[in-house]
Structure formats: structure tokens, C-alpha cells
Design a protein around this ligand. Structure first.
Ligand code: COA
Length: 454
């Protein structure tokens, strides 16, 4: 039996009180010189702590999550003197076929040394410290099916912490060149590789737009109790569409407000008549009417881009969509030919379509062909929001909660009911001035009910 040796954290430069993020060995394990014992990680770099000698781990003195500095005891090793003094070269590629392997022979073969940060065998600093290096990784491979998740990863020379990190990012370690000792791949190398891939123009060429890194998965249960619920099919679908619209349409949102004091008075004055017809004359009814008048005056807002983006299709009809929040997710029923319908008809149809959407009885045809969408959160509250355009439409109106506010008129303040609203528009189709005029026009329409009704 060899001599026992207490292994201490070596000189790790300016790092103090750094976290042990991975323990690669357990009592009873046989290690060879240079095998990784622990990985520690500061805010700037991760470091593998290799064994200074060959032997058998007798006792661990640290565990994952502990914090250590230079000189902290990490484990007790029963040394194998001979092995410690004569480290052998890396094993041949088919070492696993040998009938009797030694611990040394079964170790992974380090890849060729690459880059200036490589620490040679004779280097006085025996630890692979990786302080935010310069470009050390291989140039990214063309983006394609082999870029991530290839089978090279298993043969790469990297610590468990680095492997875990690469797995979370979907990076094939076989594509990453290691800048650590003997070519070991460090977390910094994976980061540099990812950065290089993301800034490579070829990524942009491949998608015709741009590619985005995925948000790495997080095990939230590490931080507290959690509950996971599947999203409804509708929510997934509308989520995909919202995401697509958000990232593919250059949105700008114009904010405005309308003085709806008179409109509200008119609405209430008509409510008795509406109730007799079993109708609720809602604010949304007037917004639909105002939208029609504004679209008629501004045809670009009633258009869609052709798929190649080279032409604008202007519609001669006025189908207005309105967002309805249902148990299953967001739906947008459409009032067809709203220009040809009276207030009561629109009010009735709004209520019927909203009810059909909520009770899942709405037909796909009743949600198609929209020219412009209104999303009203006014019944809930809020002062402003930026609605996402419902492609292939080019504009959408977002309505927030009306409130009584003092308005300075004729030398004095008077209480008025002001309705805040916004218009998000596709800036490829609509200029800022046109959008400001459009929103302002809606504001004047709502302020003077005659403009809508005539
Ligand atoms: N500011 C202040 N109050 C508002 C308002 C606004 N912008 N919009 C609506 N309200 C009030 C209404 O006056 C009404 O109050 P009341 O019951 O005292 O009359 C209440 O909020 C509910 O509004 P509602 O009658 O439902 O009218 P609406 O015009 O907002 O909506 C329908 C009409 C038919 C679409 C409605 O039934 C509906 O489904 N609304 C929900 C729309 C939705 O899901 N929006 C979310 C989009 S993401």
C-alpha cells in the first residue's frame, strides 16, 4: 500500500472562495496523474483540478457546492508511487479492445493541443485556468444537420461540468477545440464556440432571416416546488403564430387617445333600444365601425404584403377581427363586411362570435379573411400595450381602459372620458407619419360619433 497524500487546491491565481461545481471521483476510485478530481468555477472561468499523482481515492474532503481557495484540502489519496512518476502516453484509439486494461490506458485520449492558452506538460502552472480567452475554438462548421448533437461528443476530452453545459446548449463537443491542459475542452471553449457560431454569417444565410439560440433548459425544481401543465393545442398554435409574427414583422407601435365622452353618452342613450332587441351595445362595436372608416381612408392599412414582399395587395372589403380570450387560448373571430352592417348588427355579431369562440363552437371560416384586428383589454384595465400584428394583416389596434381625466378646454379643466389606444403597424408597409395620422384619425372619429355613423 502506498503513502497517503492529502491533495490541496493548488495555486489558482487570483481566484478565492470559488465553488466546486463538479466532483469527478469518489472514494475507491483509481486515478492516474492528471485525471480530473474536481471542477471549480468562478464568475469568469472554470478550472479542472487534476490529480498530481496516481493512486486510489481514500477520502473526499469537499463536496459539490463547497467553496475553496488555494490550500484547501480536497481529498486524501493513497499514492501509487510508480504510476505517479511515469505518466504514460495517451492510449491508442482501440485501447478498449485490449483484454487487460490499466486505469491509465482506459482514460480518454486528449485531442491535439490547440491555441495559445494550451498549458504544456512542463508548464509550471499545472492547472488549466481559462480566464476569458481570445478566440480559441475551431471556426464553426456550416450550419446544418451535423452541427449539433453529433456523435463526436462522447469522445471529447472534457469534464462532466463542461459536458453538461454543452448538452444544455445542444453543442457537439466533438466540434469544439479545447484550450485547457492537454487540449481539454473547458466551459469557456464551449462559450467561445457558441459565440462564433452565432455570429457566423452562414447562420443567417441558412435561415433566410436569422437563427436564435435556444433558451437553455432550467431545472426549476432546484429552486423550489414547481408544477408543470401542458399547454392547450390552441395555445401552442397561437403561440407559434404570435412568435412568428413578432420576429418576422418589423413592428412599431403608435400610441394615442380618444375623447369618448360623447360616444359613451350616445352608447348609453341607445342601450334601452338595444336591450329590447336583446343586444348589448358595447364600446367594441363603435371601435369596429371607426376602424372601417379609417381603413377606407387609408387603404395601406387594409393591405397585405405578397409572400415575396415585393407587392402590396389592397383589399376592397372590410372584415374586422377582434381578439377573444378563451379558456383554451386566444382566438380572433372576424366580422365580415363590417362596412355594410349597422351598429346593432355588429354588436349582436360580436357577442355571438365571442360566445362561439368561448364555447368552442366557432368554425374556422368565422376566423378567416380578417383585414385588421382590434384587441381590447379595456374591460380589464391598463393604460397602454403593444399588440402583435396578426399576419398577413399589416396593422392592429390595442385598446386600454378609458378613464375620466381633466381636459383643458376653453380656459378651464373639464372632466372627459379618455380612451387610450395603440396601433402596431408593419413598418415595411406603413411609414411613421402615416401611422400617426391613422391613429389620430381614429381618435377624431371616436370623439365625434357623427363621423362614424354617417
Ligand atoms: N374602457 C373602460 N371600460 C371598458 C372598456 C374600455 N376600453 N371596454 C370595455 N369596458 C367595460 C364595458 O363598458 C363593460 O362594462 P359594463 O359591464 O359596466 O357595461 C365591461 O368593460 C365589459 O365589456 P364588454 O361588455 O364585454 O364589452 P367589450 O366591448 O369590451 O367586448 C365582446 C365585447 C363581445 C368582445 C366581449 O363580450 C368580450 O368577449 N370581451 C373580451 C375581449 C377579450 O377577450 N379581450 C382580450 C384580448 S387579448
Amino acid at each position: 500500500m502506498g503513502a497517503e497524500k492529502e491533495i490541496l487546491v493548488p495555486d489558482i491565481g487570483d481566484f478565492h472562495d470559488v465553488e466546486v461545481v463538479d466532483v469527478a471521483v469518489k472514494p475507491g476510485d483509481t486515478v492516474k496523474q492528471e485525471d480530473t478530481l474536481f471542477t471549480i468555477e468562478s464568475e469568469k472561468a472554470s478550472m479542472d483540478i487534476p490529480s498530481p499523482a496516481a493512486g486510489v481515492v481514500k477520502e473526499l474532503r469537499v463536496k459539490k457546492g463547497d467553496r475553496v481557495s488555494m490550500g484547501s484540502p480536497v481529498l486524501l489519496l493513497v499514492q501509487d508511487g510508480a504510476a505517479a512518476e511515469t505518466p504514460k502516453p495517451a492510449p491508442p484509439a482501440k485501447a478498449e479492445k485490449k483484454p487487460a486494461r490499466t486505469a491509465k490506458e482506459s482514460a480518454p485520449a486528449p485531442p491535439p493541443a490547440v491555441g495559445s492558452a494550451q498549458v504544456g506538460a512542463e508548464d509550471p502552472a499545472p492547472y488549466a485556468v481559462a480566464p476569458t480567452p481570445g478566440p480559441r475554438s475551431a471556426p464553426p462548421a456550416p450550419i446544418g444537420s451535423e452541427t449539433v448533437g453529433g456523435s463526436q461528443s462522447a469522445r471529447a476530452y472534457a469534464s462532466p461540468a463542461t459536458r453538461k453545459f454543452a448538452r444544455e446548449l445542444g453543442i457537439d463537443l466533438g466540434l469544439v477545440r479545447g484550450g485547457g491542459r492537454k487540449g481539454r475542452i473547458l466551459i469557456e471553449d464551449v462559450k467561445s464556440f457558441t459565440k462564433a457560431v452565432m455570429t457566423d454569417n452562414r447562420v443567417f444565410q441558412k435561415s433566410g432571416g436569422f437563427a436564435m439560440p435556444e433558451i437553455p433548459p432550467v431545472d426549476f425544481s432546484k429552486f423550489g416546488p414547481v408544477e408543470t401543465r401542458e399547454l392547450s393545442r390552441l395555445k401552442r398554435l397561437s403561440g407559434q403564430n404570435l412568435h412568428r409574427n413578432w420576429v418576422t414583422i418589423p413592428h412599431v407601435t403608435q400610441f394615442d387617445e380618444a375623447d369618448i365622452t360623447e360616444l359613451e353618452e350616445f352608447r348609453k342613450s341607445q342601450q334601452d333600444q338595444a336591450t329590447k332587441k336583446n343586444i348589448k351595445l358595447t364600446l367594441l362595436t363603435f371601435l369596429v365601425k371607426a376602424a372601417v372608416v379609417a381603413l377606407r381612408k387609408n387603404p395601406d392599412f387594409n393591405s397585405s404584403l405578397t409572400p415575396d414582399g415585393g407587392a402590396l395587395v389592397t383589399k376592397q372589403y372590410f372584415h374586422i377581427g377582434f381578439a377573444v380570450n378563451t379558456d383554451q387560448g386566444l382566438m380572433v373571430p372576424v366580422i365580415r363586411d363590417a362596412d355594410q352592417k349597422g351598429l346593432f348588427d355588429i354588436a349582436r355579431e360580436l357577442a355571438e362570435l365571442a360566445e362561439k369562440a368561448r364555447s368552442k363552437k366557432i368554425k374556422p371560416a368565422e376566423m378567416q379573411g380578417g383585414c385588421f384586428t382590434i384587441s381590447s383589454l379595456g374591460h380589464v384595465g391598463g393604460t397602454a400595450f403593444t399588440p402583435i400584428i396578426n399576419a398577413p394583416e399589416v396593422a392592429i389596434m390595442g385598446v386600454s381602459r378609458a378613464a375620466m381625466k381633466p381636459v383643458y378646454m376653453d380656459g378651464k379643466f373639464e372632466p372627459h372620458l379618455l380612451l387610450p389606444f395603440s396601433v402596431s403597424y408593419d413598418h415595411r408597409v406603413i411609414d411613421g407619419v402615416a401611422a400617426a395620422e391613422f391613429a389620430h384619425y381614429i381618435s377624431t372619429l371616436l370623439a365625434d360619433i357623427r363621423e362614424i355613423l354617417l
